[in-house]
Design a protein around this ligand. Structure first.
Ligand code: NAP
Length: 247
């Protein structure tokens, strides 16, 4: 009999760290459910890219901050694949500005997508993981959720919230054999950091012990490890992937 394939759901998997993460899981034989939100997404192109790797790929449009969207998304993944072994809560946005100028809307939007989105998707998925008494959840925090950053009070608060959320979920669900961990990347080359000016990037690079920004692949490999049995005794942890920025 063919061995049952493992399934990963990656939110915000259409670009950047999320897409690279889905690729590493696919390279290791996982079927992948990829969530996105933008109408500009090349749904068929991405699907083909993954199918060419020999795995099944389901593309699901959903705004992670919308409960109805999230529940429909998880239902679709379950009806297509029957289970979710690994959940990667990766979808996230920034709306950076100094606190004095930050609107309530920009604060709410970042908390809604980054933190509430992580809550909504996790809540919808654990129902199925609990039935299987098996699962691994990996949440995308950030080093700024640990040390803070000027101009990112909304984003840092959302990422610090994700760290507290992750630890609570880890404690609540350990008895069901469900693990929850967070990764805290530093500065990683993606669309999110492309908006930074070259001199800002250079300045940041100089402050990193390894003297460079990280790649999405370097984050994806750690997220992959946390999803597999190789990390079976690790739960409730926050793993920095930051070239040594925060020690
Ligand atoms: P990115 O390149 O900007 O990609 C963001 C992804 O999130 C896209 O796939 C986007 O989908 C999706 N997304 C945005 N809003 C969404 C929503 N409401 N519902 C569903 N999906 C949504 O970001 P990234 O740099 O790869 O970052 C990924 C994660 O890592 C984020 O949580 C970020 O905070 C965290 N992180 C990044 C860095 C860094 O330096 N890049 C550092 C620390 C932490 P569409 O393509 O449909 O827009």
């Amino acid at each position: 009999m063919e061995e049952e394939r493992r399934v990963v759901l990656v939110t915000g998997g259409s670009r950047g760290i999320g897409k690279e993460t889905a690729k590493v899981y696919a390279e290791n034989g996982y079927d992948v459910a990829i969530n996105y939100v933008s109408d500009k997404t090349d749904v068929e192109g991405i699907k083909k890219e993954f199918q060419d790797m020999g795995v099944k790929c389901l593309m699901v449009k959903a705004d992670v901050s919308n409960e109805e969207d999230v529940n429909n998304m998880v239902e679709k993944v379950i009806s297509e694949f029957g289970k979710i072994d690994v959940l990667v809560n990766n979808a996230g946005i920034t709306k950076d500005t100094l606190l004095m100028r930050m609107s309530k809307e920009d604060f709410d939007k970042v908390i809604d997508i980054n933190l509430k989105g992580t809550f909504l998707v996790t809540k919808a998925v654990i129902k199925y993981m609990m039935k299987k008494r098996n699962g691994s959840i990996i949440n995308l925090a950030s080093v700024v959720g640990v040390v803070g950053n000027s101009g990112q009070s909304n984003y840092s608060a959302s990422k610090a919230g994700i760290i507290g959320f992750t630890k609570s979920v880890a404690k609540e669900l350990a008895s069901r054999n469900i693990r929850a961990n967070a990764v805290a990347p530093g500065f990683i080359e993606t669309d999110m950091t492309n908006v930074l000016k070259d001199d800002v990037k250079e300045n940041i690079g100089n402050q990193i012990p390894l003297k460079r920004m990280g790649t999405a692949k370097e984050v994806a490999e750690v997220i992959y490890f946390l999803g597999t049995e190789k990390s079976s005794y690790i739960t409730g942890q926050v793993i920095n992937i930051d070239g040594g920025m925060v020690m």
